[in-house]
Every structure is written in C-alpha cells, then in structure tokens.
Design a protein around this ligand. Sequence first.
Ligand code: AMP
Ligand code: ZN
Length: 466
Amino acid sequence: MTVKLYNTLSRTKEIFKPIRAREVGLYTCGPTVYNYAHIGNLRTYLFEDILKRTLVYNGYTVKHVMNITDVGHLTGDRDMGEDKLEKGAQREGKTAWEIAAYYTRAFQKDIERLNILDPTIWCKATDTIPEQIALIRTLEEKGFTYHTRDGIYFDTARFPDYTRLSHQNLDALQEGARVEKNPEKRNATDFALWKFSPEGVQRQMEWDSPWGVGFPGWHIECSAMSMKYLRDQLDIHCGGTDHIDVHHTNEIAQSEAATGKPFFNFWMHGAFLIIAGGKKMAKSEGNFLTLENAFVNQAIDPLAYRFAAFLTHYRKPMEYSADAIEGARNGLQHLRNQVRTLQEKAGDIAAQGTGNAEFRAKFMTEINDDLNMPRAMAVVQELLKSDLDASVKLATLYDFDNVLGFDLAQVDQEEKLPEDIQRMADERLQARADKNWALSDELRDAIQDRGYLVQDTPQGTKVFKP
Ligand code: AMP
Ligand code: ZN
C-alpha cells in the first residue's frame, strides 16, 4: 500500500517515500511551555499522532522527535518583545525553570489523556544550547549572519530560495518593513539567531556565547535538534499552519544555508481550531480553552475531543462549539456501547487476528489518502452496520484502533469515570473507611451535582452516569 501525504513544499499530495526503506524520521514542533496548551494546539498534536500511527500501521518504524521550547520564544513577532518563559515566571512568581518544568508536565499529561503516543525522543531547547551555538557559528563562517546591538541575525537576502515553503510575496513584506521596530535589520524577514541579554538585566536563562551573554532565537532550536537526533533521516517535519510563513521558513533557510543540503523532504501542517465567527483559538484572543477546563472539569472524557477532531480533515479549519463536542461525546459513547454489545455476543471467541481483510483495505485506503479520518470514521460505521460475525467485527475494530486510539479493547462493562469523578469517588471510599460520614455525604453530593449517581450496595459502591 502506498501512503499519500500533502506536502506543503509542493502544494500537492505526494506518494510518501522515506529516505531509509522502513524507518521514518519525524520531527514535530513542540509546545512553548509558559502556559497550558489550548485545545487548538492539541488539535495539531492529534493530527501528528494520526500521521505517526498511520505510518506504523503501514509497517514503518517511526523515529519521532518532539522539542520543548523552554527559552527564546518572544511574545512579539519578528524577534521583538519579552521571552514568554521569563514573562510567565514574573506572572506566577516562580522561576523560568519552574514554569518550564510545570507546563511541560501539564502538556505531557494532556497528550496522555488524548492517547497521543509519546515521541521516541523528547528534547528541550535548553539542553541543546551548545549545538545551537555551533550551528550559528557555521552560519557566521559561511557569511549568512550580521551583528546588531541586540543580537546576531540571519540575512535572508543571502538565501535566494527563502520563500520556497511559504510562497510569500517578499516585496509586500519589505513594504511592511517600514513599520518595523528594529531599524538595524537589513530585511524585514531577517531573524535573530542569538539575542543578547539586555544591558543591566540579569536574565534567569542566559548563556555565554562567542558573541556575548544571551539566549538563542526561537527557530534555531528546531534546526539544531532535528539535525542532532535525526541526522540523515530528515523525512517529515510538522506543525500548525501558522508555522509556514515564519518558523518553518526560517528553519529551512538557516539549515540549508549551514549544510548545503535539503532540510526535510516533507512539510506537513495542520489547520487551525477556530471558534464561531472564524476567529482562531489563541491565548492572545482570550478564547483559550484547555483540556482541563473544557473536558475534564465538565465530566467529558478527553477522548471525545479525539473523536471530534477526526470528523474534520486535518487540512480544514475545525470549528469548536459546545454542540460539536456534545455530538462527539455521544458518538464515542455510542461506539463504546456497540463494542460492549459485540464483546457480549462474541463471548470467548472474541477478536482474533486482524479481522476482515476487505474492511481493513477500505480503512487503509482512507487513512493512506492524506490521513482522511472523516472517511475512515465512515468506514467504522459501515463495519458496525455490516452483517459480519460479532467476533470478526470486533477483531477488525481492535485493529483499526491501532490508528484510532480509542482504547476500544479496554472498554469493559463499566464505563470509565472521568478523572475528577473517580478521584472524588476514591476520596469518598476513604472517608467511609475513616467513618467520616460528613465528608462522605459532602462528596456524594458533589459527585451527584456533576450528574453521576452514587449507590452503596453490599457488594461495594457504584458510581455511574444514569
Ligand atoms: P506553540 O506552543 O504556540 O508553539 O504551539 C504549538 C502548536 O500548536 C504549533 O504547532 C502551532 O502551530 C499549533 N497551534 C497554535 N494555535 C493553534 C490553533 N488554534 N489550532 C491548531 N493548532 C494551533
Ligand atoms: Zn519548531
């Protein structure tokens, strides 16, 4: 089977071919860890998870590298503004290192809740400063850099193919340069490779360098880390569509300028999660929903978001609405109920092998067609409606679940409770063991307020959604 993927470089769907025969090098730009990820960010990680699972389903091994941006991502565009980490530290009265560690863990918890597979290698920008400095030195030796009062910049005019990925109109950008706040920049598109710590200011995160104490620009980390960990396996590089014009364009320019070789063969980008009226979800727009507040705290299984994300193709904007989420929640619950029914019917001979070959081929055709999850989900419905034996259906579904990631084989008779309800149920059990009846009653009320029923029976306590 061939896998076709849309390559932003060529603006077409291409047959995917990795550099090595069976192992794919995949680099996905990771989070900037100064705040929680919003569910827009998480949509991009879900798309990348489907990409990876599809490649694995096709028999490839995937070496997946994800970075954690824990320094150097400034609040303003074009290398102006404050460092997001240092700003987060001020806001929360913690150190920048504490902020990074806290939000890295929060991000990892989010992706775990969404059944997004862990990368093979996690890497932090602050762990690869020497590699970033070495890359900047190479660029300097080759004459691609210049010095300004606030840093070392990449001269984009020296890289003729600068707009290969973005197809931007450079004249229009130069026009915009007249409102640029940094008059020392030679071209509007030039970007910082290294920024100096401002005079008289001791930053929490700063390093010595051949040019002076400071910190790396945001783009250089992804070039340094992908080259360090993937070396000659630069197959696919991903992120959200907002990365096309600046971040990925700059990564390509500096990497190819340094090595003289192509930097990644495939560039893939996930479209945005938007809210009603077409606005993108972004921290700066004040319409920021996290997995915690939009799902966990509303007693909605985060996997309902995974389900919702699959109903829109990753290259189309996805509109967030409470109704869409409610629909996905019901859809997931319905799917799980059908799996339970099949499990009961199939009994002991449940789920052997990889299931029905015809449905497997249909499913594969869809996912291999540039990850067409809406159509793959339609194949799931078709399978459920088919007259195949329960055990064959189940085996086929479990096989699909390697890509879908809904944990269908773990669906048992009891529906899994949302984390916070489970936590309250556990605390209530402890309160009862301690004979703390007041607390136990309080917890029962709290659980019931959230729409769950609590029944104490001689066999134990049952908590369930009526
Ligand atoms: P950041 O933490 O800001 O570096 O973003 C992490 C990832 O989320 C990047 O790949 C962004 O392109 C992506 N992203 C940001 N906003 C959205 C959104 N509203 N919808 C989908 N992806 C997004
Ligand atoms: Zn990146």
